[in-house]
Design a protein around this ligand. Structure first.
Ligand SMILES: CC(C)(COP(=O)(O)OP(=O)(O)OC[C@H]1O[C@@H](n2cnc3c(N)ncnc32)[C@H](O)[C@@H]1OP(=O)(O)O)[C@@H](O)C(=O)NCCC(=O)NCCS
Length: 182
């Protein structure tokens, strides 16, 4: 069921005035986090939650935190030659959920692209080369579709960790930005 135009979706960071009580995705833990923990976690500077809205309705959300990833867990082609430290800087998608009624309507894709844009902006301010996350098993295919790779060492975990190498994406976005200015 699709009853909203994708180009009318917007993202706002979670504020006290947002009514999150009606949000319902197919995963109870993700509902509980938004309703019980997200505001406090944000006030404590632990995470930042962003809502996907159409008009006044909350259709999805994602939560970002800073993270690092062990150099030895990254595939060689995605790493940096001569990097002398044990961990790379990254941004982690700590939560991502779409209102159950609207699964399969492109909101997850919209939020992932939005996160990629946010990390691109951040990469112009601070070092962050990867997006990391711990996937639900049933969502692995969703993330793989957008280029995320499973960290093979931990592939058998209940929530397999994944990463996206932002380096080629940032290069492409910078190129596009410079062409649009020229
Ligand atoms: C997983 C989730 C975020 C996907 O969001 P969504 O809005 O339903 O996905 P989209 O409609 O944007 O789908 C984009 C593409 O991914 C595919 N896709 C969506 N969910 C998928 C899944 N679980 N496995 C494989 N592919 C999936 C779609 O078929 C679509 O492919 P297409 O481009 O070929 O048409 C959403 O279903 C959800 O919130 N699930 C419950 C909570 C959850 O599992 N969150 C992830 C936590 S790790």
């Amino acid at each position: 069921m699709k009853s909203f135009p994708i180009d009318q979706l917007r993202v706002e960071y979670l504020r006290e005035s947002h009514n999150i009580s009606f949000f319902s995705c197919s995963n109870g833990d993700l509902n509980d986090f938004l309703k019980s923990d997200a505001k406090k976690s944000q006030e404590d500077l632990i995470s930042r939650t962003y809502l996907c809205l159409w008009q006044d309705s909350i259709l999805g959300y994602l939560t970002l935190v800073t993270d690092t990833i062990e150099v030895k867990l990254i595939e060689k082609d995605d790493g940096v030659d001569g990097y002398p430290y044990p961990r790379y800087p990254s941004i982690k998608i700590a939560r991502l959920a779409v209102e159950e009624r609207f699964e399969g309507c492109g909101i997850g894709r919209f939020l992932l692209f939005w996160a990629t844009g946010k990390v691109y902006q951040l990469s112009n301010e601070v070092g962050c080369r990867y997006i990391t996350l711990d996937s639900k098993r049933e969502s692995l295919g969703f993330y793989e579709k957008f280029g995320f790779k499973v960290i093979m060492k931990y592939a058998s975990r209940n929530f397999p960790p994944m990463y996206l190498n932002m380096y080629p994406i940032v290069l492409q976005m910078r190129q596009e930005d410079s062409e649009s200015v020229a």
